[in-house]
Design a protein around this ligand. Structure first.
Ligand code: ATP
Ligand code: MG
Length: 365
């Protein structure tokens, strides 16, 4: 089997050093979608932590979206079992082509958070508290990897967040946490609004993007798969053009292997439809209401204009053929776009695209 995972060992070490030297007890990693957060925590950070004598747990709150307490409970219960990270977490690592294209943009757009039954949640919370105290008395320290944590920003899960807060506070010597999530807005809201030491205690880190050593590594893997060499400079240019998105780049190389294309520029042109997020953007665009589209266009073009100003609403109205667009209507559009994780808030009424490439796509239209 060819290894397509570019190891980020140094990065993993530096994060673990921050824990081991007591610089921080919790880290929050921020990055746009599909930039390799999950692969990093599962394939680099978890093994590094285990090598240092930690027991490691992973929970994706994307899993069992309606029931995050249960997802965490299951994750905690499975901590003591021995891990083969790749086998165990295969379903979290986008490995198949179809899954990949479905995931590039679309993954987070179907979220509907429903509260679970109160009794059930109560049981899960009690179990979680019990599991935490059992972990805390063990000799090994514990590293908890909490992925897609923006789902907890939903008010329905306030009691779970409160429980986590007290548990992390109580066991902070034995328990370290890494939060990851795609929606910076969701994470930031949690860090800001809930007066939770659990989040305040976390060091917020901009997850670094991959660079040309990643490209070089991937070309080696390509060479093993195809016995052909690709030029690094050209490949790096294409990776940059893909906004440093490792998912798209990996997808492109896979297609070239399968179809026997050995020039990356040709590959890029040939498989554009597949490896560009564009097809997904088109689908996403078509799902948006006209007013949401108009608001997005406004954000792309007239960033300075206050979104709710008379002038801005006039522009939105002209775009969709309505005379009076109310402030409320714009607010609703923003709320939808935020819920769909298309936009996130920079605070003070400023909005930014979750995925910068979507912004470029709208600009180019
Ligand atoms: N270190 C790596 N080496 C090789 N390919 C990688 C690496 N990291 C990410 N990829 C590629 O990018 C894809 C997306 O990675 P991953 O799922 O970790 O991103 P993510 O940031 O967690 O995305 P999301 O925001 O959707 O959860 C992987 O399926 C893989 O194809
Ligand atoms: Mg992920």
């Amino acid at each position: 089997m060819i290894d397509w995972h570019y190891p980020r060992t140094e990065l993993a070490k530096s994060y673990m050093n921050a824990f081991d030297t007591g610089i921080t007890g919790a880290l929050a990693l921020f990055a746009p979608r599909r930039m390799g957060k999950t692969e990093f925590v599962l394939l680099d950070l978890a093994p590094e932590a285990e090598a240092r004598g930690y027991q490691v747990g992973y929970c994706s709150f994307w899993n069992l979206q309606d029931n995050p307490a249960k997802a965490l409970r299951i994750a905690l219960e499975s901590i003591s079992q021995k891990h083969d990270w790749r086998a165990k977490w295969a379903s979290y690592l986008g490995t198949t082509g179809s899954e990949l294209s479905a995931n590039i943009v679309g993954a987070s757009f179907k979220l509907q958070a429903k509260p679970q039954e109160p009794d059930m949640e109560q049981n899960d919370l009690l179990a979680i508290i019990d599991l935490f105290s059992k972990l805390a008395v063990q000799k090994k320290p514990t590293l908890l990897l909490l992925d897609e944590v923006q789902h907890l920003a939903n008010d329905n899960y306030a009691s779970l967040v409160a429980t986590l807060r007290t548990q992390f506070e109580e066991h902070r010597k034995k328990l370290h946490v890494v939060y990851t999530g795609s929606s910076r807005d969701g994470l930031q809201r949690m860090f800001r609004d809930r007066k939770a030491p659990m989040f305040h205690a976390a060091q917020q880190v901009e997850f670094p993007k991959l660079e040309s050593d990643f490209v070089a590594f991937m070309l080696k893997a390509f060479e093993q798969a195809s016995q052909r060499k690709l030029a690094l400079a050209k490949a790096t240019r294409i990776f940059n053009r893909m906004n440093y998105n490792p998912a798209l780049f990996h997808h492109l190389l896979r297609h070239m292997v399968i179809k026997g294309v050995y020039d990356i520029e040709t590959g890029y042109e040939t498989f554009r439809d597949l490896v560009d997020a564009e097809a997904d953007y088109q689908a996403l665009w078509e799902q948006c209401k006209p007013i949401d589209q108009a608001v997005l266009q406004l954000l792309v073009k007239d960033h300075e204009l206050g979104l709710y100003s008379e002038e801005a609403r006039q522009i939105v109205g002209d775009e969709i053929g309505i005379e009076q667009v109310t402030v409320k209507a714009v607010q609703n559009a923003i709320e939808r776009l935020r819920n769909e994780q298309i936009l996130y808030s920079l605070g003070r009424g400023q909005w930014e695209f979750e995925d910068p490439a979507l912004k470029d796509w709208i600009m180019a239209r």
